[in-house]
Design a binder for this molecule. Structure first.
Ligand code: ZN
Length: 380
């Protein structure tokens, strides 16, 4: 597989401009095709004989990635200096596959990269090079069987660790009916434009949510994609262990965000994009920053009302935090959408009950969504 990943170790935690419950630290990764000569290699199996086995289009030929190793549930990993090893996993439809690389915290230079067979070539869909002792990425494909590779790339020193592969039944949906509190990593989007969310700047070890929240995020992404909108950026669910993001570094980034019940989601501007950015002039208040009245600018209240509706549809949202100036713009937008038939009128009261959508400082650049931790009611 091709190298060339930007190394951006995110050991430090940058508190955003908005206090302790806000934006993501920086990060960088790219997506691109790896293994440019994969098609040629695919012509020959590992043993040199043609790979004539009939296979679904999502399953790669044997040897599509040079030197690929069959990924087991637990894999001892040894990679030489600046070397790499790719672990191949063929996943059934409806299987969430989680890759977790554990290693000694004294090792710093290691990157975990996940690639997906797109029918023609392995395509990198995400990477994790941040933090101590752990790399985590997850994949999912609802459409059919699919080959994924998890590649461990060592840096200037040899690497030793353990790669764990966990398969969990998973299905998309606007509602969750079973096993809703299981902590799962938000899968890497196979195509951000189609999946509707982009995690390329996220800290991967902070991308763990309850199954239901992960479902609702994906549903919201698909809803935005269906509307032709750019992907939004979900950040800071919980750590892999259910603790608030930053607990691992001793710099907790949030007062909540435990057990995977919370997520911060970027908002849409009138330009159609949803990067992390403020939509007003801010002023300092006791607990952080809030919008100066009448300074909201560039905020697409209509689309953001629908974004929030995609979560409200679950029936499991207990509260959302958003700056009061932005709420004031979203409320009439929701009413307009209900009148136009693009938003379920039954959801309208949630925008104005002061609970499901409420003001909190430091939410001038994103909306914070929280889901219930109560057991899912039985039946429809
Ligand atoms: Zn938050």
């Amino acid at each position: 597989m091709a190298r060339g990943w930007p190394i951006g170790l995110l050991l430090g935690v940058l508190l955003g401009a908005c206090g302790g419950d806000d934006g993501p630290a920086g990060g960088a990764d790219d997506a691109g095709t790896v293994g440019a000569d994969a098609a040629a290699r695919a012509e020959a199996a590992v043993d040199g004989a043609p790979d004539a086995t009939p296979r679904p289009p999502g399953i790669a030929p044997r040897g599509a990635v040079a030197g690929e190793v069959a990924g087991e549930a637990t894999n001892p990993v040894q990679v030489g200096q600046n070397g790499e090893t790719s672990y191949r996993v063929d996943v059934e439809p409806g299987e969430h596959v989680a890759f977790r690389l554990d290693f000694d915290t004294s090792l710093l230079w290691v990157t975990l990269v996940v690639a997906r067979w797109d029918g023609t070539a392995p395509v990198t869909i995400g990477a994790d090079d941040a933090g101590r002792g752990l790399r985590v990425l997850a994949g999912f494909d609802a459409d059919g069987p699919r080959t994924f590779w998890a590649t461990v790339q060592a840096g200037p020193v040899a690497f030793a660790g353990t790669l764990t592969v966990t398969r969990t039944p998973f299905a998309d949906g606007a509602q969750c009916s079973a096993d809703c509190d299981r902590l799962l990593q938000l899968p890497l989007p196979n195509d951000p434009a189609r999946d509707g969310y982009d995690v390329s700047a996220a800290i991967m070890r902070y991308q763990f949510g309850r199954r239901d929240l992960v479902m609702f995020l994906r549903h919201a992404g698909q809803s935005m994609s269906d509307l032709g909108k750019a992907p939004f950026h979900p950040e800071d669910l919980s750590q892999w262990d259910g603790q608030p993001p930053g607990t691992d570094d001793g710099v907790v980034r949030h007062l909540s965000h435990q057990r995977g019940k919370d997520v911060d989601v970027s908002l849409y501007g009138l330009d159609g994009d949803a990067p992390w950015r403020s939509y007003c002039q801010t002023r300092v208040v006791t607990d952080g920053y809030e919008c100066v009245p009448a300074t909201v600018q560039g905020f697409d209240a209509d689309i953001n009302a629908l974004l929030i509706a995609a979560f409200f549809e679950s029936g499991r949202v207990t509260m959302c935090f958003l700056d009061q100036e932005l709420i004031a713009a979203v409320q009439p937008a929701a009413a307009r959408a209900a009148a136009a038939g693009t938003l379920d009128p039954a959801l309208l009261p949630l925008y104005s009950d002061g609970s499901h959508l409420q003001h909190w400082p430091n939410h001038h650049d994103h909306v914070h969504v929280r889901v219930s931790e109560e057991a899912t009611p039985a039946g429809p």
